[in-house]
Design a protein around this ligand. Sequence first.
Ligand code: GLN
Length: 469
Amino acid sequence: MTPAGADPSGFPLPPGGRDLPRATAAALDHATEVDRRIHAFLHLDRDGATATARRLERQPPAARGPLFGLPVAVKDNIAVRGLPSTSGSALLGAYRAPYDATVVERLRGAGAVILGTTNLDEFGMGSATTSGFRGPTRNPADPERIVGGSSGGPAAAVASGAVPAALGTDTGGSVRLPAAHTGIFGIRPTYGRVSRFGITAYASSFDQVGCLAATPEALGRVLSVIAGADPRDATSVDREVPDFAAAAAHPAFPRTVVACSDEDLAILDSPSRRAFHRVLRRFEAGGSTIRRFQLPEAVTTISAYYVLACAEASSNLARFDGMRYGSRLDGDGTLAAAIRASRTAGFGDEVRLRILLGTTVLSQGYRDAIYAAATAARKAIRERLLGHFEQGEFLLIPVARTAPRRLSDPVEAGEDYDGDRFTILASLAGLPALAVPAGKRDGLPFGVELMAPPWEEAALLSAGAALAA
Ligand code: GLN
């Protein structure tokens, strides 16, 4: 029997041998217990996790993978063979994944124990984890508040201590925003770093699988396992995958950080602004030189992201018609009526709105004026952000404008789109970005985002670890 312990990076190792099924049962019990309060999980896979633990228990120590016995949660839009994969949509309420996503296959190969699938906004469209058909996830820091989204389930599963790490997807900030709202780490890797095979597509040129974890070491460990080229995703890139956990275990303040301007921070509520300034002082105390830069105009950034994301979504979601995928309603008996009835009953309001917006911007007459303009804006934003790295190693911005709102608070139209203004920058530019927990504002978790040049995730983890230490 191998006793529980810690590896040199301080990462807690689950027990080996005969203790593993017992530890897994305890993890499942704990997850069930916390989930009564926060509803992070859509499906807890007691049977599957128990079977995995029993199989792993027989592995000789030399054959154990780098995530041996680690309980993990997976966002429900990532295919886990045999489990429900609903993307938070009533339309897919009865769908089970017939295969594993590449990232799931890699988790299993490394010895992870998948405890279950977690909640999200419908098809990943949202910033609160309130729009899924099974109801909202609550913030473990304050269950009366939203958790952020759309990977709110994975974030809440980690922040509540149900799992040390989870997989999410990040199109425009879905990993980073709930990480910041719950006080944990969340990384969006460089576009192409991680395979998208087996992910329910929202906006393919933005979608990336990301990780959420309570420590940078755990984050790094999981990222090293899931990263790397995949012949089943032509946009995945064949580059060497560093030992990200080793990088995270070596905290280092950067020589220079380029932080957004005070003008860009004016949109923040004042406790958040003060918290951001405390982070600047922490970097200075750590020896970093702070330079400042001006963000691209918010209205351009937000419009470019929502035009392109909705355009891609309208095309990606065409397959959910009750014929190829999704529950079928028959309507008056014609094929067109069946498709209309299935989609009308299956999609929630936000998804429907975005499909309509996306279809409009791609239609003749609007394509050049709107879609092409958004593409040009995206390219300009990428070039501009890349240019700022001439002044320093990392760009530093807030993740959110405010603390997570109460679930009972009314939401104004466009409020959440506007709130995405910071996180969508890395998404538009294809840059890696890390949400780092940075203390509290008004008693609630506060996070900042570090962006790095493409492929510099290891440096991000090392800087993030220094800031959070
Ligand atoms: N809030 C953003 C949106 O709704 C980002 C969501 C995401 O990254 N999946 O598009």
